[in-house]
Design a protein around this ligand. Structure first.
Ligand SMILES: C[S@@+](CC[C@H](N)C(=O)[O-])C[C@H]1O[C@@H](n2cnc3c(N)ncnc32)[C@H](O)[C@@H]1O
Length: 245
C-alpha cells in the first residue's frame, strides 16, 4: 500500500500500483491485473500533448458554467453506478460524481501521475468521500478492476494519453456489460490540448469502439462523445494507427 500509507484513517481505497493490493473495505474487487504490454501496441501516428497541469480550468469557473452537472445529466449518471474518472487530476469531477452516485455507488478516481493521485487522495480523505477509490494506472493500461465500471469518463485528457490504443484495449475488461466510455475534449489540434473529432472517431474505431452519442458542451468547441466498447478488441498487432490508413 505504498501511496497513501501516511493517510491514517483515510476513507479512501487505493487499488493499485505495479502489483495489486487488497481493497480494505471490499467495496471494489481487490485485483487489477496488468493488461496487455505497452510494446505490443502501435504508437499513435500523431503528436501527443504533454501533461502540463492536473486540471483543465479553475473549479469556480467550471462550476459557474455548470459543467459537471451538465455532463452527468447527459450521461445519465445516477445513484448506484460505478464511474471511473480516468485522468481525474485535481478532482473537479470526483466529489461531484461521488455525490451523484451516492453511498450505493462508487467512483474510481484514476491517474497516471503519482504525485497527482497522492494529492487527490488527500483531498478525498479531507472531504470524506467514502465511496471513492484511487487507482494509479499506466499510460497504456488504466489498471481498473475487471468488470467494475459502468461508465468510464475521460475529461480533457485523451490528447495526453501516450499510448491510446493500449489504454482503450486494456480498458475493455474493466467495463461491465452495456458499459459506456465518454470522452470530453476540445475539438481542436492535439498540441493545443484537444482531439479533433475525426481523429477521436478513427482511433476509437481502430480498437473496435462504436460511437453512440455526441453532444456539444460549449458552443461547437468542446464535445462529449460516448462510445460502446468493443466486445473483444482486436489483437494489438492488428490495430492500424490512424495516420497510416
Ligand atoms: C488537463 S488534466 C485534466 C484533469 C481533470 N480530468 C479535469 O477535467 O480537470 C489531464 C490529466 O490526465 C492525466 N493523464 C494523462 N495521461 C493519462 C493516462 N494515460 N492515464 C490516466 N491519466 C492520464 C494527467 O496526469 C492529468 O492529471
Amino acid at each position: 500500500m505504498p501511496l497513501l500509507a501516511g493517510l491514517a484513517g483515510a476513507a479512501v481505497t487505493l487499488i493499485v500500483s505495479a502489483c495489486s493490493a487488497a481493497a480494505p473495505n471490499g467495496a471494489v474487487p481487490a485485483v487489477a491485473p496488468p493488461g496487455l504490454a505497452q510494446e505490443r501496441f502501435p504508437k499513435p501516428q500523431r503528436p501527443v500533448a504533454s501533461i502540463i497541469s492536473d486540471q483543465w480550468a479553475g473549479e469556480d469557473s467550471r462550476e459557474r458554467a455548470g459543467e459537471a452537472a451538465k455532463v452527468m445529466d447527459l450521461l445519465g449518471i445516477r445513484p448506484g453506478m460505478t464511474v471511473a474518472d480516468i485522468g481525474a487530476g485535481a478532482g473537479y469531477y470526483v466529489g461531484r460524481l461521488s455525490k451523484r452516485v451516492g453511498p450505493g455507488g462508487r467512483v474510481i478516481a484514476q491517474e497516471v501521475d503519482r504525485r497527482t493521485i497522492d494529492r487527490l487522495g488527500r483531498r478525498v480523505s479531507r472531504e470524506r468521500l467514502d465511496n471513492v477509490s484511487l487507482v494509479l494506472g499506466e499510460p497504456h493500461d488504466p489498471r481498473l478492476p475487471p468488470r467494475s465500471v459502468s461508465l468510464a469518463l475521460m475529461v480533457h485528457m485523451y490528447h495526453e494519453i501516450e499510448q491510446p490504443f493500449g489504454l482503450l484495449a486494456n480498458l475493455v475488461p474493466a467495463m461491465q456489460p452495456n458499459g459506456r466510455v465518454a470522452i470530453l475534449d476540445v475539438d481542436g489540434p492535439v498540441l493545443a490540448h484537444g482531439t479533433p473529432h475525426a481523429l477521436l472517431s478513427c482511433e476509437l474505431a481502430a480498437v473496435g469502439y462504436r460511437e453512440v452519442a455526441w453532444h456539444w458542451i460549449e458552443g461547437r468547441s468542446i464535445y462529449l462523445a460516448v462510445f460502446e466498447p468493443a466486445a473483444e478488441p482486436p489483437a494489438p498487432e492488428r490495430i492500424v494507427p490512424c495516420g497510416v490508413r
